[in-house]
Design a protein around this ligand. Structure first.
Ligand code: UGA
Length: 434
């Protein structure tokens, strides 16, 4: 099939590349000329494992190309994906200006029947509005379909290639059938292709992220409670997870969720609820528990050292909001760094991928270290914020030698408290018994 994808963020680029890899002819379109130039010259604007190799191979084989020219890009396409960002607007709702601007441009350039697929995360009713706006500027026939994505940053290619399910929202069964053919190479036999209304598909995306964020805020609240009463959340997690109604997944306590999806999607749902006068008490609680959780690690540091940190050096391991990405949007590390700087600490940071993004925000207010051990030199404490694999089995002897004081505040529960005590560290995790 001939496909166009508008938007070369991590969703658009991964979608376009994986669809090219399965044999389709794909054009990726972006209005930012610098991104397109970078992609054409073999560069990748984001860090996503495995993506660069796939982009290169498909571009070389002629299945994947890049342009800033939307009209030319969609001219030959039968299916046009909209995969532009829907950031949080000033009122907390999703900002749809990008989606609508692209929809109108697609409408103006239609040169025959096409299926326009909205992949961006959008509030219920947006697909219908996209259809209205396209119809207002063209006489060509077209259909609009909703096709939410469930890609995790850092594992986006694998998630695209092996989806748990594919959801499409359509008004006509034949549009669903065409999309089923597009996705057929990716669907293992036991994985469903689910056809529903556009409204249900739009809502499915938000409900999925609300459920996942709820699990995280839930376990974080329970972990904080465990800590005060001398229970251990890891033992408790084992105790509940074998109940098949509960399970183990997505119940890791930590420093709160960040990223480009959960925070904005939860707030968009609160905004959608308010617009209809429906209570959103659960989602408001999930959001506020998470904001509080982002402050927990900093709170532990202040309870240990006192309210001022002048003359103290704090090392921070992990800046990205999760491992295997360089993304620092809404990252809990930023909440911690702001606090440490405000209280007068010198802050030495290490992250395998996210340092350039953090440097762009903080400039020379932080000390950037290429290696994890470099960050520990003369540190009065280490705060672990992201669970990169390379932090899981460090050389504790070397750490003891490098640090001024052997104190670890572990926001991701990477180590066993008893082991750490035996090694000579003062160690605090999240919800772990001392
Ligand atoms: C999330 C969803 O998992 C995807 O299914 C969805 O497609 C995506 O949002 C989106 O809407 O585009 P992502 O934000 O990339 O994906 O990352 P996750 O792996 O879900 O992690 C989100 C945050 O939750 C991270 O900060 C992570 O540290 C935190 N988390 C996750 C926990 O604190 N505990 C857990 O048990 C799991």
């Amino acid at each position: 099939m001939r496909i166009a994808v508008v938007g070369t963020g991590y969703v658009g680029l991964v979608t376009g590349t994986c669809l090219a890899e399965s044999g389709n002819q794909v054009v990726c379109i972006d209005k930012v000329a610098a991104k397109i130039e970078l992609l054409k010259s073999g560069g990748i604007p984001i860090y996503e494992p495995g993506l660069a190799e796939l982009v290169h191979r498909n571009a070389k084989d002629g299945r994947l190309s890049f342009t800033t020219d939307l009209g030319a890009g969609i001219a030959e396409a039968e299916i046009v994906f909209i995969a532009v960002g829907t950031p949080q607007g000033d009122d907390g709702g999703a900002d749809l200006s990008g989606v609508y601007a692209v929809a109108e441009q697609i409408g103006r350039h239609l040169n025959g029947y096409k299926i326009v697929v909205v992949k961006s995360t959008v509030p219920v009713g947006t697909n219908a509005e996209v259809a209205r706006r396209i119809a207002a500027v063209t006489d060509c026939p077209f259909d609009v379909a909703s096709n939410p994505e469930f890609l995790k940053e850092g594992a986006a290619i694998e998630d695209f290639n092996k989806p748990d399910r594919v959801v499409v929202g359509v008004r006509k069964p034949e549009v669903g059938e065409r999309l089923r053919e597009l996705y057929a190479p990716f669907l293992r036999t036991d994985r469903p292709f689910l056809v529903m209304t556009p409204e249900s598909a739009e809502m499915t995306k938000y409900v999925a992220n609300c459920m996942l964020a709820t699990k995280i805020s839930f376990i974080n609240e329970m972990a904080n409670l465990c800590e005060r009463y001398g229970a251990d959340i890891n033992q408790v997690r084992r105790g509940i997870g074998h109940d098949q109604r509960i399970g183990f997944h997505f119940l890791h306590p930590g420093v709160g969720y960040g990223g480009s999806c959960f925070p904005k999607d939860i707030r968009a749902v609160i905004h959608m609820a308010k617009a209809k006068g429906v209570p959103a008490a659960m989602m408001e609680a999930v959001d506020s528990v998470n904001e509080a959780q982002k402050a927990v690690l900093g709170g532990k540091i202040l309870s240990h050292f006192g309210p001022r940190l002048d003359g103290k050096t704090i090392a921070v391991w992990g800046l990205a909001f999760k491992p295997r990405t360089d993304d620092i949007r809404e990252a809990p590390s930023l909440t911690l760094i702001d606090l440490l700087l405000e209280r007068g600490a010198a802050v030495r940071v290490h992250d395998p991928e996210a340092i350039p993004n953090v440097r762009a925000l903080y400039g020379d207010r932080l000390i950037y270290c290429d290696r994890p051990y470099g960050a520990l030199e003369q540190a009065d404490a280490l705060a672990i914020v992201t669970e990169w694999n390379e932090f899981r089995n460090p050389d504790f002897e070397v750490m003891l030698r490098l640090m001024r004081q052997p104190i670890i505040f572990d926001g991701r529960n990477l180590y066993e408290p008893a082991t750490m005590k035996r090694l000579g560290f003062q160690y605090q995790g999240i919800g772990r018994a001392m």
